[in-house]
Ligand binder design. Structure first.
Ligand SMILES: *[C@@H]1O[C@H](CO)[C@@H](O)[C@H](O)[C@H]1NC(C)=O
Length: 493
């Protein structure tokens, strides 16, 4: 009798020791929580979104699991990063989309149905990677079988789902994937068909007492309030939220090309500010990833911000060599003196006399269409520069980095393009002038020397200089306009 007692005590002690060791090794937590937040990633583009989502979930104080289902489009580095952020990374295979004709981004979306196969959990809250949680949403785990939002009239939005994983339901769904109609060609349309009675579902009420809930038969589906899936895209179109912002639980950045991680959306859509605030607070889970930074992007940003400086130095160096070392100083001095003269006497008279002398000159070779062409080239160069800049600046940099870098690059590329055009015109004018009558050339030289201004072979004249200075002033003034008018926040408030 005593011996068996002793053995059982020893056995118990051994058991406890093994268990505590297992817990210390981190083996146990797998089953510690029966509920989880889940997101799904197909590639690296949405990883920053998932990081911000994860931080927003953790900030609500939850201790539930966070599971990221990742397909093979997600790189190993991104998986490491997500793990370091506290996600449980679960590789999963793509569930093929039966609707073949669809666009590329729809190829894998049926994979979302795999949340029904996560049967180690008794409830999962699925959140798209382009959502953030702005208030504790633990109460939605009270949803019984299936909860979603109703949007766009009778259709549901699958960005936020509460699901009770079930082998039976998952198998049933897989058997119907090929036959059920999907109005989106994706999972959302499929779920709309699968839960065909959803528009009649009752509204989920988190405040019903547990006893009352248990006394009723569990509803097959419930509708979530719009606060659990506030549509930032619709708010953008309507230019304001229709509900009180402070009540939101989950914000969903729906509009296609305007995802919150694209730097320019911050300057267009007010709700992106909330997202960027969380992004800024991201931990440095892996080296160089604090604040949502990406080591590769950082390198590119450094290179791109140095490029304009180098381009400017190069142009300066070329101009310096063309004009020729010492000569440059004297010619610059001459120009300043000339400018002083013009301003000192009546500048306008001097200017009109210059322009009239060129227009009235019968031998003038400047064709009338040149100014029209110049304006056209100028505008085209600007549009092209802007397009190039936007396409080479990494998309997921912070809004300020994106704005300043794009500005700097646009300016530089424009300077190069339009400068090349001006150079061509100059070369063309020089050859045309040389083949033209000699009389006109001596005339113009005479005219210049009368003013006491010696024309250098490749130096630009005073008008060009004033234009240049004007452009420089303008380029500095434009970005500071918001500050002058005190508009330091975004456009749409
Ligand atoms: C469902 O989950 C089980 C393990 O939990 C796995 O073996 C199976 O492959 C999954 N099914 C699909 C279609 O992914």
């Amino acid at each position: 009798m005593k011996l068996t007692k002793l053995i059982s005590v020893l056995f118990l002690v051994a058991l406890i020791a093994i268990q505590s060791k297992a817990a210390a090794l981190g083996i146990e937590p797998q089953s510690s929580s029966k509920q989880a937040y889940v997101t799904l990633l197909f590639g690296d583009e949405y990883v920053l979104g998932a990081r911000v989502l994860g931080k927003s979930i953790r900030d609500t104080g939850t201790t539930k699991d966070m599971v990221a289902l990742v397909t093979n489009g997600v790189s190993d580095y991104s998986k490491e990063l997500l793990k370091a952020d506290g996600w449980i990374v679960e590789p999963t295979s793509l569930l093929k989309n039966p609707n073949q004709a669809r666009a590329k981004r729809y190829w894998g979306v049926y994979t979302k149905l795999k949340i029904y196969n996560m049967t180690t959990y008794n409830k999962v809250v699925y959140l798209d990677a382009d959502t953030i949680v702005v208030k504790n949403i633990e109460e939605v785990f009270k949803c019984q079988k299936f909860c979603a939002n109703l949007k766009h009239s009778e259709r549901m939005n699958a960005g936020v789902l509460v699901v009770e994983p079930s082998d039976a339901v998952f198998k049933d769904m897989l058997s119907k994937v090929d036959t059920l109609y999907s109005y989106t060609g994706g999972d959302q349309g499929f779920l709309t068909s699968y839960y065909s009675n959803f528009p009649n579902a009752q509204l989920f009420d988190p405040n019903i007492p547990e006893e009352v809930m248990k006394s009723r038969p569990a509803p097959q589906m419930e509708r979530l309030s719009i606060l659990y899936n506030a549509d930032a895209g619709l708010s953008f179109i309507n230019n304001k939220w229709k509900v009180d912002k402070s009540d939101f639980r989950v914000i969903h950045y729906t509009i296609g090309p305007f995802k919150p991680w694209d730097w320019w959306t911050y300057w267009l859509m007010e709700p992106v500010g909330v997202w960027q605030n969380i992004r800024e607070q991201l931990d440095e889970s892996l080296p160089g990833t604090g604040g949502g930074k990406n080591p590769n992007d950082e390198l590119r940003v450094k290179f791109l911000s140095l490029f304009p400086v180098c381009a400017l130095l190069f142009c300066f160096y070329r101009a310096f060599r063309q004009i020729g070392g010492l000569h440059f100083k004297t010619s610059l001095f001459n120009k300043i003196r000339h400018l002083y003269h013009i301003l000192g006497s009546s500048g306008t008279v001097a200017y009109t006399s210059v322009s009239s002398s060129t227009t009235t000159n019968p031998n003038s070779e400047v064709p009338a269409y040149l100014s029209a062409v110049s304006v056209f080239v100028c505008l085209t160069s600007f549009v092209v520069s802007l397009a190039i800049s936007i396409s080479i600046v990494p998309r997921q940099v912070t809004p300020w980095t994106g704005l300043l870098l794009t500005y700097e690059l646009t300016f530089t590329i424009f300077f190069l393009l339009f400068g090349a055009f001006l150079h061509l015109v100059y070369q063309w004018g020089k050859t045309a002038n040389q083949s033209g009558p000699i009389a006109s050339r001596t005339d113009s030289f005479d005219y210049d020397s009368r003013k006491g201004y010696q024309r250098q072979a490749s130096s630009c004249d005073i008008v060009t200089w004033s234009y240049g200075l004007g452009m420089v002033l303008l380029s500095v003034a434009v970005p500071s306009v918001p500050y002058i008018f005190g508009i330091t926040d975004r456009l749409w408030m």
